[in-house]
Design a protein around this ligand. Structure first.
Ligand code: ZN
Length: 251
């Protein structure tokens, strides 16, 4: 018995000879390990599907703890992403974030839909850091780690919310900030986080954000993700080094 599901390859390792083991994020089964037999043979019909950055329909059979890929077809190949270094790095970061934040065999169809939207957007638009922030905050929301943005995450009051604390779970007020060692944020940062969190992807071209606000949004989300995922997000550092993103060139 086999089943079909849309999926995106998160990473691939060579197994033996012509085989690969893939980690894929699928719409119906969540993140799963998949054995792609014979995929490195030149005549394999599955070769195209395991290349980076394409959305494919996978046909899978269960084999113990793993799935075997039997057939498939490419739905969309993101060629513009692969040809542009900024877009490539951003797409890799998204794949890394998914890989690190999802548990195996735990379906998240809404997050899958969001990921497809973000890849389609990145394919058709210039790379922008705010797209990553949009993805990050929605990923956090969908995985049950929404940051508290409308009241102090420590005492609950709704005034003077000009600090942020990952360990406290969101924005904090001026009174709670010192004991939590919370970071000061500009008022626009809270507003941008709110807007991103409650909007669809179509908001992105209309957002006007200064590079100072952008940098704070990025730092807040990065710290929050690291705190809740308990892992270092290495790729953001790579992006910074390579492209000087933290210089505010890209907002
Ligand atoms: Zn407070």
């Amino acid at each position: 018995m086999y089943r079909g599901t849309e999926a995106l390859v998160l990473k691939a390792f060579d197994l033996r000879e012509a085989d690969q083991i893939l980690t894929v994020f699928s719409r119906d089964l969540g993140k799963i390990p998949v054995v792609a037999k014979g995929v490195k043979k030149p005549q394999s019909s599955l070769r195209g599907m395991v290349q980076p950055f394409c959305m494919s329909q996978f046909y899978l059979t269960r084999s113990g703890e793993m799935y075997l890929m039997t057939q498939g077809k490419i739905i969309r190949f993101f060629g513009n992403i692969r040809e542009d270094l900024d877009k490539t790095l951003q797409a890799l970061y998204i794949l890394e974030l998914l890989d690190k934040s999802l548990a195996d065999y735990d379906p998240h169809p809404r997050l899958f839909k969001l990921t497809a939207e973000v890849f389609n957007y990145l394919e058709d638009n210039p790379a922008s850091l705010i797209l990553l922030n949009f993805f990050e905050i929605h990923l956090l929301n969908m995985l049950g780690f929404s940051p508290v943005l409308h009241r102090c995450s420590n005492c609950g009051q709704t005034e003077d919310l000009s600090f942020f604390s990952s360990s406290s779970g969101g924005v904090v007020c001026g009174r709670c900030a010192p004991s939590l060692k919370a970071d000061a944020i500009m008022p626009a940062v809270q507003a941008v986080l709110n807007t991103l969190s409650r909007s669809g992807i179509n908001i992105l071209p209309r957002l006007r954000i200064t590079s100072a606000v952008q940098k704070q949004v990025e730092r807040v989300l990065e710290g929050y993700l690291e705190y809740y995922l308990e892992r270092k997000l290495n790729l953001k550092n790579v992006m910074r080094t390579l492209k000087g993103f933290s210089n505010g060139k890209d907002n």
